[in-house]
Design a protein around this ligand. Structure first.
Ligand SMILES: CC(C)(COP(=O)(O)OP(=O)(O)OC[C@H]1O[C@@H](n2cnc3c(N)ncnc32)[C@H](O)[C@@H]1OP(=O)(O)O)[C@@H](O)C(=O)NCCC(=O)NCCS
Length: 154
């Protein structure tokens, strides 16, 4: 069955920097999209309902050799459980495959059930736990990976 997505995913452009800054603030990471995109190894994609509308979510990824690192992914609260993050991560995986990446890596707070379920649904596996990784509350991080060579194509 071919699923037709209700969302449009594109690379982030300057007119949407402020919106992504706001989404990042809401999700607690608060990075600066303009500063991120000055790094040659960083990429940000955004998802919208239709071309030109306000982004509902984003994913920030760093590339290091043949590894992709998901640094942050977030969707505005009122647009969650609609498949936006899944679509953004599928774009990351497709881009990785197209450009010779072997693996997608990430870490997630052990209490973040939504994110853990999302990554699990996409085929990520837990590789290790980093104790007290998050300095704000001493929470553990779950380290996860997806091998692109064996993961299902999106
Ligand atoms: C985690 C987050 C990005 C998920 O975004 P989303 O667009 O709602 O996720 P999707 O709709 O694409 O979900 C895809 C699948 O992930 C799983 N999932 C997502 N959110 C879930 C939740 N709250 N509870 C259980 N499973 C969930 C489900 O399997 C879901 O598929 P289904 O809806 O068909 O059951 C979103 O909740 C968010 O922005 N949270 C705050 C920021 C954050 O924690 N980011 C992760 C940093 S590591």
């Amino acid at each position: 069955m071919t699923r037709v997505s209700a969302f449009v995913v594109t690379e982030l452009e300057p007119p949407d920097f402020e919106r992504v800054r706001e989404l990042a603030r809401l999700s607690g990471s608060g990075f600066d999209p303009g500063a991120e995109l000055e790094r040659a190894w960083a990429k940000i994609w955004v998802a919208r309902r239709v071309a030109g509308s306000t982004p509902l979510g984003f994913v920030l990824v760093w590339r290091a050799a043949d590894e992709l690192h998901v640094i942050d992914v977030a969707v505005e609260p009122e647009s969650r459980r609609l498949g936006v993050a899944r679509l953004l991560l599928q774009r990351v995986m497709a881009e990785g495959r197209a450009t010779g990446a072997a693996v997608v890596l990430l870490e997630v707070r052990q209490s973040n059930e939504a994110a853990l379920a999302l990554y699990g649904a996409l085929g990520f596996i837990r590789t290790s736990v980093r104790r007290a990784y998050y300095s704000d509350n001493g929470e553990d991080a779950i380290m996860m990976r997806l091998d692109l060579a064996i993961g299902d194509p999106p």
